[in-house]
Design a protein around this ligand. Sequence first.
Ligand code: TXA
Ligand code: MG
Length: 337
Amino acid sequence: MDLDLDAIRAAARLLEAGRLVAMPTETVYGLAADATNPAAVAAIFAAKGRPSNHPVIVHVARDADLTRWASAIPDQARQLIDAFWPGPLTLILPRASNVPAAVTGGQDSVGLRCPSHPVAQALLKAFRGGQGGIAAPSANRFGRVSPTTAQHVIDEFGAPGAGPLAAVLDGGQSEVGIESTIVDLTRLATRGPVLLRPGRISAEQVEQVLGCALAASDTAAPRVSGSLDAHYAPQTPVALVESAALEGIVTRLRAAGRRVALMHWSDAASAPLDARLPAEPEAYAHGLYVSLRALDTQGADLIVVEKPPQDAHWQGVNDRLRRAAFDSAGVLEKLLG
Ligand code: TXA
Ligand code: MG
């Protein structure tokens, strides 16, 4: 991809001036601000409508000095950084004392990620001489589906100048399509490394590098808004249905006069409003939010999603679908009623 370096430098100057910029990453688009500027970080929360006690990830350049952000960099962090950065992995580490509370949600940890997208890399290099930190949650309103194109961001917040955004950098459709894998390394002595959010980089890949198993998330884990049950959801209700039950349910819904949108990966059923995703987890994840957003604009009564296979390679996708369809049974009961 050709980089528009003038636009990237201009965006870096806007960030340095405390403004908000939409930044493409390989996972999803981020709503970016200078992580050392509490007023700029507060503007992220205001724009998203996000509770202020939710921490945001700090994005850093390839060769950034991590001791500016984290008070300790355990060996496990070094191993994961060597294996997966730049890339779709966020590490939760004990925070350095100068990191604003607005970034950490008042907790004593900080989330760090080095994104691989060339536009994000160039922006991080141009921003504060490559030693800054860019605070960026996904560029969507709180609880909604993350954006994977520049147009999605504009759909959420309006065009630059017309809303909270000073600029939108267009980096094409995000390659990964779901948010980064998050691994908590703040409780190594008591719990070991903990998987807070699954993503493209699988638990198995992380375990291979660390040489030990990842613990599952628990209530003592640092707060992760992506771990709320109802999250990543379109406005249209979503129901997750097994392949074998798909055709029967779609037929009954249509007989009950319901306008059904279908998102599927097999031939188990069809419907007039239909999005077909690949039967392969990485390609499915790449298209997931584009399809959910497209179906969400069709005025359907619900989006029926064919449940993907339940094996480890689909963990990130299944996690997002479970949250988008957190009340499948209730939704179906109401519409079939
Ligand atoms: O792929 C991604 O991670 C994208 C791109 C833009 O980098 N960002 C993203 O940000 O998904 P967000 O804020 O939508 O989700 C990040 C998650 C949140 O659930 C947040 O609670 C968690 O990371 N997080 C950030 N800092 C944390 C911390 N110090 N402790 C625990 N969780 C943290
Ligand atoms: Mg988010």
